[in-house]
Design a protein around this ligand. Structure first.
Ligand SMILES: Cc1cc2nc3c(=O)[nH]c(=O)nc-3n(C[C@H](O)[C@H](O)[C@H](O)COP(=O)(O)OP(=O)(O)OC[C@H]3O[C@@H](n4cnc5c(N)ncnc54)[C@H](O)[C@@H]3O)c2cc1C
Length: 584
């Protein structure tokens, strides 16, 4: 196969010097480190490795997205959109599998033909394929894990024991939080360790009212302001990144020109670029990792060029796989060699197994007739949060683990737009304030099971010639019982608060709808039962690190990305130390 180097996006002087070397030079395709994926976790790997002096190549399957310049709808008013935000039937036809399809964010949506996959059972797979990955799409909720999460598998007898504990990650949580910027409060809860925070967004009065009711009627259940990756009090480190205070626009998912929330594009990638050590190559769809049997380690990565469809090889001493959980599994499974016929590092046969996710099936709502002298004005980019209260300190239900609950409450003026003529005009001119409303959503921990897995199809390939991924994941009885408990407890908590029009239900959404897929290459102490060691290195191929959701041994209830970022920063610094000691 013809292997040549097409143009790369380069920002380092070092790389520019190499541009004049012959096209077919292997040296030109050799770096100290390669990072696969530029999303939330890959951005951190790039930042840490570049900052520590490693010439780092980031391979990204999607297009390039420059902070500010490539946010085409960021400051558009509703009337500036052709269809006021709705995506037309004509435009929709290429995105049948997409969720959250809106005109404001259509530039991030993934066309169906980009990466077809096989749902052996119904599964929603939300992806963001561009520089920045899903860090441009996320809801920015960030909670730390506690030892009640890390010790869960050992205590409750599922999965395998995590090889790390909270103390291993604590300094890295702080490190990541200070750089990213987290808004929230110090709540002093053992089950949800405090973050390094800037002032939190205000809670609405119905949320505060509900908080009081919970504390009175349900000791041990707390309603707190959710912690989120928004800058509310910019520190020098944020200004140095070129980021500023969140303006509460709540148009975050279009891309934020203020850099008010954390994304790779606003934060880690430009920081890595400043070092002069970063090269980003968009349209580089990673096919597999190359294993050198003579050296018993990985020597590089094969990509398919998204535009020319050529296969090209890049080489490095250290490889970080951060393609998002299911893609990282796919890359490892496709990385076959004489030594590893079933996928890189997969002697145990466990690669791709024990996939887990979050259980967001439960939804609830209610209204409150009190507090009529108050209303909400302005916008809140975050929400309130009830940390997990089930089975934290002891086992108290007939299901394992538990769930956190997101809470959002407000009272906004609204008009009836179903009217016509004078009635419509009157309704628009005199918007009515109704009752306070409150919404609740469940965030449950799914227990990883071996049967929930991904594997590669033997024959079907995508348009790049890469085997299609089969996703085979289903809910368990434990998940069903947990949803039933959420429904019952939500109703109870709402009733005790005196709310009316109470609803709580099992939406029966399929796995994956929570967008927090994890596992498949879990961390553990024993190579027979896990793929990665406590530093996220493949047990059997130490210069390959996996630090996105694929590494998660269990799922916790917390939104996971903060933990991926902390794990990534920790593992990247470990790699640098091992390189310095000549151990990699
Ligand atoms: C609507 C929404 C709301 C969310 N809200 C939250 C939240 O509030 N809190 C939270 O913690 N998490 C949230 N998430 C999840 C969060 O976005 C992810 O956990 C996080 O982005 C994962 O980081 P990552 O680096 O693993 O993957 P990503 O950010 O998805 O980045 C992966 C990158 O790898 C690239 N890639 C994939 N395959 C290949 C390949 N073969 N070759 C080269 N590159 C490849 C992709 O293009 C992408 O850029 C949300 C997600 C969505 C969609």
């Amino acid at each position: 196969m013809d292997i040549r180097l097409p143009p790369v996006i380069t920002t380092g002087a070092w790389q520019q010097k190499l541009e004049i070397m012959p096209d077919d030079s292997i040296k030109k395709r050799t770096y100290d480190a390669i990072v696969i994926g530029s999303g939330a976790s890959g951005g951190w790997a790039a930042k840490e490795l570049c900052e520590k002096g490693l010439k780092t190549l980031v391979l990204e399957r999607g297009r390039n997205v420059e902070h500010i310049k490539d946010y085409p709808t960021a400051s558009k008013a509703p009337w500036e959109f052709d269809h006021r935000g709705t995506v037309s039937v004509e435009q929709r036809k290429d995105y049948q599998g997409a969720r959250f399809l809106r005109e404001e964010t259509l530039h991030w949506a993934l066309k169906d033909d980009e990466q077809p996959f096989i749902q052996e059972k119904p599964f929603r797979w939300v992806r963001g394929y561009h520089v920045g990955g899903k860090s441009l799409l996320w809801a920015r909720q960030t909670q730390r894990w506690s030892d009640y999460d890390f010790e869960g598998p050992l205590r409750d007898g599922f999965a395998v024991d995590w090889p790390i504990r909270y103390k291993d990650l604590e300094p890295w949580y702080s490190y990541v939080e200070k750089f990213a910027g987290i808004a929230g409060n110090k709540d002093g809860l053992a089950e949800l360790p405090d973050s390094e925070v800037m002032p939190g967004f205000e809670m609405s009065c119905v949320e505060l009212y509900f908080k009081e009711s919970l504390e009175k009627n349900f000791p041990g259940r707390h309603l707190i302001q959710a912690r989120c990756a928004h800058i509310t009090d910019p520190q020098p480190i944020h200004l140095e990144q070129g980021r500023n205070k969140c303006q509460n626009q709540t148009m975050c998912n279009r891309g934020c020109v203020f850099g008010g929330y954390f994304s790779s594009n606003a934060s880690t990638i430009p920081w890595a670029r400043k070092s002069g050590n970063l090269t980003i190559r968009p349209f580089a769809i990673v096919h597999s990792v190359i294993y050198d049997e003579t050296k018993s380690k990985a020597s590089g990565v094969r990509i398919i060029d998204g535009e020319t469809k050529e296969m090209i090889e890049f080489y490095a001493r250290v490889i970080y796989i951060n393609a998002s959980a299911l893609n990282s599994n796919a890359i490892l499974l496709n990385s076959t060699s004489g030594r590893f016929p079933n996928g890189l590092g997969n002697d145990s046969g466990l690669l791709g197994k024990y996939i887990a996710w979050h259980n967001y099936r439960g939804k609830g709502s209610a209204q409150f007739e009190g507090l009529k002298d108050k209303r909400t004005d302005g916008r809140n980019p975050s929400n309130a949060y009830i940390p997990r209260f089930r089975n934290v300190f002891k086992q108290e239900t007939d299901f394992l683990r538990g769930y956190a609950i997101g809470i959002g409450g407000g009272r906004n003026a609204s008009s009836n737009t179903d009217l016509i003529g004078d009635e419509l005009r009157e309704s628009l001119l005199q918007p009515q304030l109704g009752n306070w409303h409150i919404a609740s959503w469940m965030m449950g921990e799914s227990v990883p099971e071996e049967k929930n897995h991904v594997r590669l199809h033997k024959d079907l390939k995508d348009k790049y010639g890469i085997p299609q991924l089969i996703v085979s994941c289903d809910w368990s009885e434990n998940d069903d019982k947990m949803v039933a408990d959420y429904v019952e407890q939500s109703k109870l908590m709402f009733e005790k608060a005196g709310f009316i029009n109470i609803k709580a239900e099992d939406t029966k959404s399929p796995p994956g709808a929570d967008i927090h897929e994890m596992g498949g290459a879990r961390m553990g102490n024993d190579p027979k039962t896990s793929l990665l060691n406590k530093w996220n290195q493949l047990h059997l191929c130490k210069n390959v690190f996996v630090t996105d959701g694929a590494c998660m041994t269990s799922t916790g209830t917390q939104n996971p990305t903060l933990t991926y970022m902390a794990i990534t920063a920790r593992a990247a610094n470990h790699a640098v130390e091992e390189l310095r000691r000549g151990e990699l």
